[in-house]
Ligand binder design. Structure first.
Ligand code: BTN
Length: 321
């Protein structure tokens, strides 16, 4: 079936494109064009249709571009980049295909994007970065407790280098801006406790959310909430990959300890009263006093210091819903 995104790529925001021209270009019928474009609403894209004239986007879409991204990667960056229009989940695809270390898969659209704790992750066509990569760690899974924190640092470094301000981190793996969630990280591990382990590191970053997407996502933020330039998706993806290529080998070699001061300096809930919620609904209250050398959360509770590993717990600010 003709993919709606293939057709949306033919459209512009500043002028109409005729259905006939698209049909000719793609060697398909005009009814196939109109059929596929009726599904553009499924991707959150609004079109203007004018009878006898054609179709126009109400807002321009910036597509991922392999050359543009590759050109902005630092020399010798150990990544093999794959782009796809639509997929269920980039994390799932890399895991299922046993993708080699260094593979990066970025999608324009995920129809079953996954978040932490079994939640879904919804992106915006042309307004998100949705990608995953495989990295092999020599030290085994037991040394990876702080990995999502290291990835959070890489994300904030990349955004700052691109001129954005006001971002910070929330344990274990959220990047926040203006109190909303700007980016999430989903890490899935396979391998041995002590031997080499592969991590699929999935990242979802909101560049521009529509009003509907903001309403549907709980406490979401996008880059318009962080003072900075108009986002360039390809440049941002390259900048994040460059930071990851720098931090991941260091993390593999030295662990989280050398990154801990930077993480705590970027930590937005340092010293805050918070509730820790376990999968069985059990709650623990306390003051967040930082993170340990392996990335575990340190919380001063009623019964003393509590050391918490990410697992399936979620963290809420006290008095917040
Ligand atoms: C979270 O819940 O905070 C983690 C969100 C991670 C979303 C990204 S989008 C790319 C990759 N593919 C997925 O299905 N999930 C991750």
């Amino acid at each position: 079936m003709l993919h709606t995104l293939t057709l949306l790529r033919q459209l512009k925001a500043h002028e109409f494109t005729s259905g006939e021209a698209i049909a000719r270009q793609l060697n398909i019928s005009r009814s196939a064009v109109s059929g596929a474009l009726t599904r553009s609403g499924d991707y959150g894209v609004e079109l203007e249709r004018r009878h006898g004239v054609g179709y126009k986007l109400t807002q321009s879409l910036e597509w991922l571009d392999h050359d543009q991204i590759s050109r902005q990667l630092n020399p010798h960056t150990p990544f093999t980049l794959q782009l796809t229009d639509e997929i269920d989940s980039t994390n799932r695809a890399l895991r299922q295909n046993n993708a080699a270390p260094g593979t990066v898969l970025a999608a324009e659209w995920q129809n079953a994007g996954r978040g932490r704790l079994g939640r879904q992750w919804v992106g915006s066509l042309g307004g998100s970065l949705l990608f995953s990569l495989v990295w092999r760690f020599s030290g085994g899974m037991t040394r990876l407790a702080g990995l999502s924190l290291a990835v959070g640092i890489a994300l904030t470094r990349a955004l700052e280098n691109k001129g954005y301000a006001g971002m910070g981190l929330k344990w274990p793996n959220d990047v926040l801006c203006a109190k909303g969630k700007l980016a999430g990280i989903l890490i899935e591990l396979s391998g041995d406790a002590l031997g080499p382990a592969d991590a699929v590191i999935g990242i979802g970053l909101n560049l521009r959310l529509s009003d509907d997407e903001r309403l549907n996502a709980d406490h979401a933020a996008d880059l318009s909430d962080c003072p900075g330039p108009a986002p360039d998706r390809n440049a941002l993806l390259a900048a994040i990959l460059n930071e990851l290529a720098d931090i991941l080998p260091r993390f593999d070699q030295d662990g989280f300890a050398p990154l801990r001061p930077e993480w705590e300096a970027r930590h937005l809930w340092q010293g805050e009263q918070a509730r820790l919620i376990s999968p069985d609904g059990k709650e623990n209250r306390g003051r967040i006093i930082g993170v340990a050398e392996d990335g575990a959360l340190r919380m001063a509770g009623e019964d003393g210091l509590k050391i918490v590993y990410a697992g399936d717990v979620s963290l809420r600010r006290e008095n917040a819903s």
